[in-house]
Design a protein around this ligand. Structure first.
Ligand code: ZN
Length: 400
């Protein structure tokens, strides 16, 4: 038996479940059903919408509620439409069925990351319109593609267009993470992503001889340096009062080289996924790694597959009036906010990169963190409580 009868269900929950049933899943996402659904939502709100196809097949949808003082910088409420793949056999319920169990848990890929937030933005505006509220600032609700694969054809490109500039955004809300306890997680910055590729070349030859200057010896030197660095960061995480976003993470992710077990190879390659903590100067770190490469021996080179620039975190102080408004409302609602640096990467980085303050916040407390995991779910009570939270927060942000 399931309590999924629609006659008693909150309209916002019904919309949420309908959105979840659209399988906007990687790879090769078909966004057409999302577009159709979201345009219908805009229509039901009586709000204008625009679709931008900066890259074919990668729609960006903006639903706009014009404020009383449209010249003021606007508020952007951002979410992404895409979701990560699933292993259906590991799920209790079909991952695109949005099954609701007797406890009100709604199971679907995207339930936490982040179709919940997209619908909450729209349903909050629906409530304002019903309550006949008006605010000074214009609110833009954006739905973007491809966040889960780095936003290259989504937000990364969009922020550089005149269409984006024309939105005149003063402040943005984007995704955060669920919190397993009573508190709510808020993210004000992200670490600097590096994907490093280190090639070690050396003397090739027969596997029976002890050659000098081999790729293997150099590779070992490099791996030791990175792994020692990793050990230090692990200790910092263990001993300090730090979260996973506050330290630098280093992981060996790819090893390549060699063709046969009795042949000493001329080249071996090692790749590390590195996320630099915000207090680390990338230039200084790069010169340290270059120094390691020289010490390892000749023919050791550093390349970057991905080398993001350091992006200034959003200020959580008196200089940021949006933060003051946000924090005041949270205090009024007795919300225990835990502020930190996001451990992964989201589209917020592109927004911050062009100087717009952005906060990552998904109002989900008392919820296990299940993004990208099997059996991702969100309880409908938590979802509806999130609506109340946004109701107060967005009102306050649009009135700054
Ligand atoms: Zn996400």
């Amino acid at each position: 038996m399931s309590s999924s009868s629609n006659c008693t269900e909150h309209e916002a929950v019904t919309n949420f479940r309908e959105y979840l049933r659209i399988p906007s899943v990687h790879p090769d996402v078909d966004y057409s059903k999302c577009v159709e659904f979201l345009l219908r939502q805009a229509q039901s709100l009586g709000l204008p919408s625009n679709i931008y196809y900066i890259v074919p097949g990668k729609p960006i949808i903006i639903i706009t509620w014009i404020g009383q003082k449209p010249d003021l910088p606007s508020i952007l409420l951002n979410s992404h439409m895409d979701v990560v793949p699933v292993y259906p056999e590991k799920w209790t319920y079909e991952p695109f069925s949005a099954h609701k169990d007797d406890d009100g848990n709604i199971y679907a890929r995207g339930a936490q990351d982040m179709k919940c937030v997209g619908i909450q933005y729209l349903e909050t505006i629906r409530k304002y319109l019903r309550d006949k509220l008006v605010f000074n600032r214009t609110i833009h609700v954006s739905f973007v593609p491809d966040e889960e694969i780095g936003g290259t054809f989504g937000m990364k490109k969009f922020v550089k267009t005149p269409e984006f500039s024309a939105l005149n955004i003063g402040f943005a809300l984007d995704e955060g993470l669920a919190s397993p306890d009573d508190s709510y997680a808020l993210y004000y910055g992200e670490r600097t992503l590096w994907q490093t590729v280190i090639k070690c070349t050396g003397t090739p030859g027969h596997g029976s001889l002890l050659h000098e200057n081999t790729a293997g010896e150099k590779l070992r030197f490099i791996i030791d340096k990175f792994m020692n660095w990793r050990e230090c960061e692990k200790l910092r995480l263990k001993n300090g009062n730090l979260g996973p976003g506050d330290i630098t993470s280093i992981n060996l992710t790819i090893l390549e080289g060699g063709c046969q077990i009795n042949v000493v190879p001329p080249e071996l390659t090692v790749c590390f996924d590195v996320r630099l903590a915000i207090e680390v100067d990338p230039n200084v770190m790069e010169s340290i790694i270059q120094q390691w490469c020289r010490e390892a021996g000749e023919g050791v080179t550093l390349e970057f597959k991905e080398k993001n620039a350091r992006i200034q975190p959003t200020k959580l102080n008196d200089e940021n009036p949006y933060w003051i408004a946000f924090k005041d409302q949270c205090d009024k609602m007795n919300i225990n906010l835990k502020t930190s640096i996001f451990p992964g990467a989201t589209d917020s980085r592109y927004i911050r990169e062009i100087g717009i303050p952005a906060i990552g916040f998904s109002p989900m407390n008392n919820t296990p963190i299940l993004l990208h995991d099997h059996n991702e779910f969100l309880n409908e009570k938590i979802f509806l409580k999130g609506l109340d939270i946004y109701y107060n927060l967005i009102k306050s942000l649009a009135s700054v």
